[in-house]
Design a protein around this ligand. Structure first.
Ligand SMILES: Cc1cc2nc3c(=O)[nH]c(=O)nc-3n(C[C@H](O)[C@H](O)[C@H](O)COP(=O)(O)OP(=O)(O)OC[C@H]3O[C@@H](n4cnc5c(N)ncnc54)[C@H](O)[C@@H]3O)c2cc1C
Length: 568
């Protein structure tokens, strides 16, 4: 993402590299004595400036050395010490680039302990830094505790329940019977606890140089912060405070009260009916989830389509699919006020130009998230924020205060866990070593976990045209995809956007069962600049959903309904 702030990195990008940073995988270590042994062996190689093996469980070592130090020499001393070594990455260091920013107690302090924070802490530990990870609430942050993991396990449970009740989709006349919701929620909580332990709590034990500090952090200056009143002056600071649900200022909403996504995934009992405001990914996923547990669901959306950022064809196909499950979806809705006069909510809205009062036992507001940046002392530290509270960063994820970096949901959209983790690792490395790595979100795929799933990568037709590109597009309904036919589920379509002149694939948009799996191949196509013909000439196994990619590519100049099997 070039020039989010336009601040140029200090130092010269073109300077000849004379030093390198080498990361090695080291196998066979069984105790911290082994880690020290390997570290010592690496330090003993002539030309090595610094070596760090952050504990035996990490299985990793990082070395800074003169450019003349070869990979073989490093692997050789690891093996001579009795372990197996392999170079994972060798990166040139720019002139003047220092190895680490050292602090008083910690080289890097990270505010937050979610996905961005953990990726940053691990990268920093591998680089040899001491890390203080500060968490005010539950370790692990949003994804594992209240986001991806709980929502996706409930969605899967709902799908199983639904498919058991309706093996085929045609002829739906009523909602399936309510299932054992409490048991499902309990199983979800067990999975969340296990993953929190395995992927967060236990990971800290792998890296002795990472410490978890419990408390609320507040920045007190350009290189200082306090945690519940205790002051620290780390070498660098990373803000990774995530985001929280946001609700629009609808009259009466705050007084009536409502559910956000966090409440919804832990509801003690199922309501008979649910009104959802917002048809973005979270509103759609949760809306369908509850409908599949037998709740009468109505979704109210201000924009013209559901899943607003997606292609209109995709939005229409999703609306149709959800409609088949008796979910009422209204778009172009203007909500005037919310009341809760009795046991039910009353949402007063203008729908299709006519006033309507929508009633429901529960009200879910899923209208987006905002960064957790209030009360963080950002102004005192010289860190600027945007209009939605998103921390302003440059292409290296450095904030307007040079010693402070930021990553994850707190820098704003796109808010995905894999983006947060990528950003965290990159920000830590840039902060500690001045590596100058650029935050690059080109060819970023995303998935909406409805059924059918929506997945997309690259440019939409609208965005490509708005960027002044001449494009050609192809749309393939799923009734032409053999996988969909044999699964008897032809809900959905593929859409491909390509450069008119060259056939270079600019974007792929899929609504289909398992679209999230299919999009990975499309991501490679967009990332590596493949053309339509490249997909046509590539084998796609018969009876996979991914075959839809090849069939869509063929659709640019052929009528696929007239082709034989295997689309040859
Ligand atoms: C319902 C739902 C479903 C989702 N599904 C998906 C999905 O399927 N796929 C996907 O990619 N993404 C999904 N996401 C988004 C994903 O969860 C987030 O993008 C990701 O978790 C953000 O990680 P983070 O590290 O930036 O922040 P977080 O994980 O939110 O971590 C921030 C941490 O900072 C702590 N903190 C905040 N302020 C302070 C302070 N002052 N002092 C100390 N600690 C502080 C917070 O307590 C929190 O633990 C979903 C989100 C939701 C809500």
């Amino acid at each position: 993402m070039p020039g989010r702030l336009g601040v140029r990195e200090r130092g010269t990008r073109s300077a000849m590299a004379e030093r390198v940073q080498v990361t090695l995988d080291v196998q066979g270590m069984t105790c911290d004595g082994c880690a020290a042994h390997v570290e010592q062996a690496l330090r003993g190689v002539a030309g090595v400036e610094e070596a760090k093996v952050p504990g035996w469980r990490a299985g990793r070592g990082t070395v800074t050395a003169g450019v003349q130090v070869g990979n073989d020499a490093l692997v050789g001393v690891v093996e001579a010490a009795g372990y197996r070594g392999q170079v994972r990455e060798r990166r040139a260091l720019r002139e003047g680039q220092r190895f680490l920013a050292r602090g008083d107690t910690y080289d890097l302090m990270i505010v937050g302990s979610g996905s961005a924070a953990f990726a940053a802490a691990i990268k920093a530990a591998e680089l040899g830094a001491t890390v203080g990870l500060v968490e005010a609430d539950t370790i692990g942050g949003t994804c594992v505790n209240i986001g991806c993991v709980p929502s996706k396990t409930l969605i899967k449970a709902a799908e199983l329940c639904y498919r058991a009740a309706y093996p085929r989709f045609e002829g739906l006349t009523a909602c399936p019977p309510p299932s054992d919701w409490q048991r499902v929620v309990q199983q979800k909580d067990e999975l969340v606890a296990a993953l929190r332990q395995g992927k967060y709590v236990d990971v800290i034990k792998v890296y002795p140089s990472i410490s978890l500090l419990r408390g609320r952090a507040r920045l007190t200056g350009p290189r200082s912060l306090s945690v519940d009143g205790v002051s620290y002056a780390p070498g660098k600071i990373l803000i990774a405070t995530g985001s929280r649900p946001w609700a629009p200022p609808i009259p009466g909403l705050a007084e009536a009260g409502f559910l956000d996504s966090t409440d919804a995934v832990s509801l003690p009992s199922l309501p008979s009916s649910l009104l959802a405001i917002g048809a973005g990914a979270i509103g759609l996923e949760l809306g369908q989830l509850f409908a599949r547990f037998g709740v009468r669901v109505m979704i109210l959306e201000a924009g013209p389509y559901v899943a607003g950022g997606e292609e209109p064809e995709v939005g229409r196909a999703l609306t149709e699919s959800l409609g088949q499950e008796k979910i009422r979806i209204c778009t172009n809705v203007r909500i005037e006020r919310v009341e809760k006069p009795d046991a039910e909510y009353a949402v007063h809205a203008i729908i299709d130009g006519k006033p309507e009062v929508c009633r429901g036992e529960q009200l879910l507001v899923a209208t987006g998230r905002r960064p957790n940046t209030a009360d963080l002392g950002l102004a005192a530290a010289g860190v600027a924020v945007g209009p939605r509270g998103d921390v302003t960063v440059n292409e290296h994820l450095q904030t307007t205060s040079p010693e402070i970096y930021a990553a994850g949901d707190c820098i704003g959209e796109p808010m995905y866990v894999y983006v947060a983790a990528y950003a965290g690792g990159l920000a830590a490395e840039n902060a500690l070593t001045g590596a100058g790595r650029v935050y690059d979100l080109s060819a970023l795929p995303h998935v909406v976990f409805t059924d059918p799933q929506v997945a997309s990568v690259g440019l939409s037709e609208r965005a490509a045209r708005a960027a002044g590109k001449a494009v050609q597009t192809a749309v393939l309904p799923l009734e032409h995809v053999p996988r969909a036919l044999v699964a008897r589920d032809t809900r959905g379509l593929f859409k491909m956007v390509a450069e008119a002149e060259t056939g270079k694939i600019l974007g792929v948009h899929v609504i289909a069962a398992d679209a999230g799996e299919v999009i990975q191949a499309a991501t490679l196509a967009v990332k590596f600049g493949l053309r339509i013909q490249d997909l046509v000439e590539t084998f796609h196994p018969y009876l996979t959903m991914a075959e839809g990619l090849k069939l869509t590519a063929l659709t640019f100049d052929r009528d696929v309904s007239r082709l034989s099997c295997c689309a040859t």
